[in-house]
Design a protein around this ligand. Structure first.
Ligand code: 4NP
Length: 154
């Protein structure tokens, strides 16, 4: 099973999702059975570590994002991954336009898939500290729901 999280820059929301979900897989003893990655629809931050605000907020909750580096979504992601989960509607429509013929990955919005309080993870980049905490709150809830789904599918 392979899961890819996607946002715009791959330095705030999707690396948070990658780090949180990987942590939960490890706790559940499923790390070897599910491959997790993240990517951005944009290329501005390729090669960079997660945003310092993202990294520190995650670290305060016990998630280490320091080894992650941003990359842009690639066409072969649509065949390499089973499930591609977008953080917001703009990321999702970008992915829908980019999908090559034969790219069989299932595309969905992370929060909407699990009917959480919001449909989208708000972009925290230009906001204050609260935004980074909200990203973590939403992603922790979604990761629990995703783990539950994958346990049923594995
Ligand atoms: P992300 O946040 O999509 O959650 O990584 C952003 C990071 C950078 C920019 C926008 C959003 N930017 O405009 O550079």
């Amino acid at each position: 099973m392979r899961v890819l999280f996607v946002c715009l820059g791959n330095i705030c929301r999707s690396p948070t999702a990658e780090g949180v979900f990987r942590h939960k897989l490890r706790e559940a003893g499923l790390e070897a059975r599910v491959e997790v990655d993240s990517a951005g629809t944009g290329d501005w931050h390729v090669g960079k570590a997660p945003d310092t605000r993202t990294r520190l907020a995650a670290q305060r909750r016990g998630y280490d994002l320091s080894a992650l580096r941003a990359r842009q979504v690639a066409l072969d992601d649509f065949s390499r991954f089973d499930l591609i989960l977008a953080m917001d509607g703009s990321n999702l429509s970008h992915l829908q336009r980019l999908r090559p013929p034969g790219g069989a990955a299932e595309l969905d919005l992370l929060l909407r898939r699990y009917q959480l309080a919001l449909d989208e993870v708000p972009d925290p980049y230009y906001g204050g500290e609260d935004g980074f905490e909200q990203v973590l709150d939403l992603i922790e809830q979604a990761s629990d729901a995703l783990l539950c789904e994958l346990k049923g599918r594995l």
